[in-house]
Design a binder for this molecule. Structure first.
Ligand code: HEC
Length: 118
């Protein structure tokens, strides 16, 4: 009987919660907000391809690698084991082109921030 009432109580909560996810499709969400999000997702997808292509054979997924092996110290992305700066390390590791290094560092940094978000 108690369970039944709990169920009844949770229905309005579900009905109320549903529209909360609709806001992304709202026409009123202006381009100023949509564009950066779209660009960010596209950049992440591109960089994921780069990681899969050049790093995944040894490091698995980018998010997993960032979480287990890297950390952020004073705002700088470093390796957990020896504290090396990733941006410097990648100049002679991983065969990235010079202009790909910063993108990779940004994206691994972002992977850590997302992983530690609640
Ligand atoms: C052929 C295997 C291989 C590939 C490919 C490779 N790595 Fe590595 N990577 C390693 C190994 C092994 C280490 C550990 C070396 C060490 O500690 O000196 C390492 C270390 C690292 C570190 C330093 C971690 C720390 O603790 O300081 C970073 C950052 C890193 N790799 C990023 C990358 C990225 C980004 C790519 C792709 C662009 C890549 N690696 C491609 C094998 C690889």
């Amino acid at each position: 009987m108690k369970k039944f009432f709990l169920l009844l109580l949770s229905i309005p909560a579900l009905v109320l919660a549903a529209p909360a996810t609709d806001y992304l499709h709202n026409d009123e969400l202006n381009e100023e907000l949509v564009l950066p999000v779209k660009e960010m997702l596209q950049a992440q997808a591109l960089n994921q391809a780069l990681f899969t292509d050049k790093c995944a054979t040894c490091h698995g997924t980018g998010a997993g690698f960032a979480r287990t092996s890297l950390s952020i110290k004073d705002g700088v992305l470093v390796g957990k084991s020896k504290g090396r700066k990733v941006a410097d390390f990648l100049k002679s590791h991983g065969r990235l082109k010079p202009d790909e290094i910063q993108t990779m560092v940004d994206s691994l940094t972002q992977a850590i921030s997302q992983a530690s978000a609640p």
